[in-house]
Design a protein around this ligand. Structure first.
Ligand code: HEM
Length: 148
């Protein structure tokens, strides 16, 4: 098991043949080339998902703990952007790692939210200067009117 190496989706996509077959499960990159013939579900299903994220397909079957251990055995790295936390407790193995990477848009939204100003600031920033300017102009107007 190698959890240090980071691969991008396009790097994984290059390994999609029977001779070189990688798949992604919960952000883990698995080289299943040597496992193809051994897979109880047949090699076809793995080859179909080669070079892609097969998390949904993997979970839909309801694989056992043994299958999850195979994943750790054949893991060669992690998908870029995934935060994987290994745990000794096998049941948590995948719940912990099942975290979506934070998307840029979410970060942006967070930053914008943080920049929101309280409503009363708007009052002081715009309304008070506007009132002052109005008073000033009115004063000038009155002065002018009185001098006439
Ligand atoms: C595209 C993803 C996958 C699909 C669609 C898939 C499909 C299946 C199916 C249909 C079975 C049931 C076979 C039967 O009951 O006769 C099975 C069993 C099994 N698969 Fe997969 N599989 C996938 C990925 C994997 C991976 C990545 C591993 C491990 C590296 C794995 C390990 C196993 C094991 C150990 C079994 C035996 C039953 C169990 O322990 O859950 N599979 N798979």
């Amino acid at each position: 098991m190698d959890t240090e190496k980071i691969f991008t989706l396009s790097q994984v996509a290059q390994h999609k043949s029977k001779q070189d077959c990688w798949i992604i499960i919960h952000g883990r990159i698995i080289d299943v080339t040597k496992f193809l013939e051994e897979h109880p579900g047949g090699e076809e299903v793995l080859i179909e998902s080669a070079g892609k994220d097969a998390t949904k397909e993997f979970e839909d079957i309801g694989h056992s703990k043994a299958a999850k251990n195979y994943i750790l055995k054949y893991q060669i790295g992690n998908l870029q952007g995934y935060k994987i936390q290994d745990d000794d407790d096998d049941d948590n193995l995948f719940t912990h790692s099942n975290k979506e990477p934070i998307k840029a848009k979410e970060i942006e939204a967070f930053v914008i939210k943080q920049n929101f100003k309280p409503k009363h600031l708007f009052f002081f920033e715009y309304f008070v200067p506007f009132l002052a300017a109005a008073f000033f102009l009115y004063y000038r107007y009155l002065n002018g009117a009185l001098q006439l």
